[in-house]
Design a protein around this ligand. Structure first.
Ligand SMILES: NC(=O)C1=CN([C@@H]2O[C@H](COP(=O)(O)OP(=O)(O)OC[C@H]3O[C@@H](n4cnc5c(N)ncnc54)[C@H](OP(=O)(O)O)[C@@H]3O)[C@@H](O)[C@H]2O)C=CC1
Ligand SMILES: O=C(O)C1=N[C@H](C(=O)O)C[C@H](O)C1
Length: 267
């Protein structure tokens, strides 16, 4: 049985992850952690997640539960994940990281830790989005430099980072396929006298509203036709299932930085 710990267990994804672990054959929830000053510490993680008592009390410190798990699933905040990264690295524990909003320098820290522990890191753990990443690579190569490319994403009002990690990953895939450097060609929103659009730019537009789970569209627009590749998530369970699948997949893997494309064998 794969012993799993969930970080950010009282959060939106944390609670869904607890439910997904509970449903997955071969996986067991052995630890659940949230912030040290949480008023929920000591509560039963299963009851928090609405799946019934699991006998796992919510802890406020990862170090307290280190002996209880094999792999940590962390969907929190970059600063929290980076602290946990060091704890897991020292203890030789595998990680599944779904947190978004890392700077390029912070992503480098993930790559460094992955020399010592196996990590699956993905901005989006849904099968559908990972299929879309493959489709986007093909679309960009076929449509080439004859189209304008724009990425539009929408999320719930509580989301704290923008553009979404998924939108940025979609931008990277498209830019790589076209031999462009996303850092040089990305345009994050437009306002005022912008001038005409330069063909090589990749535009990002962000919507934050209500309870939208996660919508992404990549628009390839030529003169005379448009192609749109759209993914809409209607439940966080799609991300949670992918994360738990990754935690199981990591068993016996060598230290390296993997992503969901590896787990799905889409490389
Ligand atoms: N890769 C993917 O497929 C997906 C990624 N995400 C990403 O996952 C992350 C979390 O999203 P979401 O669940 O909506 O966010 P939430 O804010 O609902 O959850 C984060 C949880 O972490 C807790 N937390 C804060 N500080 C600490 C700490 N020091 N130690 C432990 N826990 C802490 C928060 O507590 P408090 O609320 O009290 O601050 C909260 O319970 C985001 O970066 C999001 O973009 C989301 C969905 C899918
Ligand atoms: O914060 C969210 O909710 C989500 N975040 C991820 C992202 O930033 O891409 C994935 C998903 O779209 C939901």
């Amino acid at each position: 049985m794969r012993r799993i710990a969930v970080m950010g267990a009282a959060g939106r994804m944390g609670k869904t992850l607890i439910e997904a672990v509970q449903q997955a054959p071969g996986a067991a929830l052995n630890a659940a952690v949230d912030r040290p000053d949480s008023s929920l510490l000591g509560a039963d993680a299963g009851e928090l997640a609405g799946v019934g008592r699991l006998g796992v009390a919510l802890a406020g410190d990862l170090a307290q539960v280190l002996d209880d798990f094999d792999v940590l699933i962390d969907f929190t905040h970059p600063s929290v994940t980076l602290q946990n990264l060091q704890v897991c690295r020292r203890a030789g524990k595998a990680m599944v990281i779904g947190t978004t909003g890392f700077t390029p320098e912070e992503k480098q820290l993930l790559a460094e830790a992955a020399r010592e522990i196996p990590i699956v890191f993905a901005a989006n753990f849904s099968v559908g989005v990972n299929l879309c990443l493959k489709l986007l690579d093909t679309a960009a190569r076929v449509l080439g430099d004859d189209v304008d490319i724009e990425i539009i994403e929408a999320h719930h009002r509580h989301k704290v980072d923008a553009p979404s990690g998924t939108a940025l990953r979609m931008g990277e895939v498209v830019a790589n396929a076209l031999g462009r450097d996303l850092h040089k060609v990305a345009v994050y929103g437009r306002e005022g006298q912008t001038g005409a659009r330069a063909r090589e730019t990749i535009g990002f537009a962000t919507v934050r509203a209500g309870d939208v789970v996660g919508d992404h569209t990549v628009l390839f627009a030529a003169d005379g036709e448009r192609v749109e590749i759209t993914h809409k998530a209607s439940s966080r369970m799609t991300f949670a299932k992918g994360a738990v699948r990754s935690a199981l997949w990591l068993e016996g893997r060598a230290p390296a930085l993997y992503d969901m494309q590896d787990v799905l064998e889409l490389r």
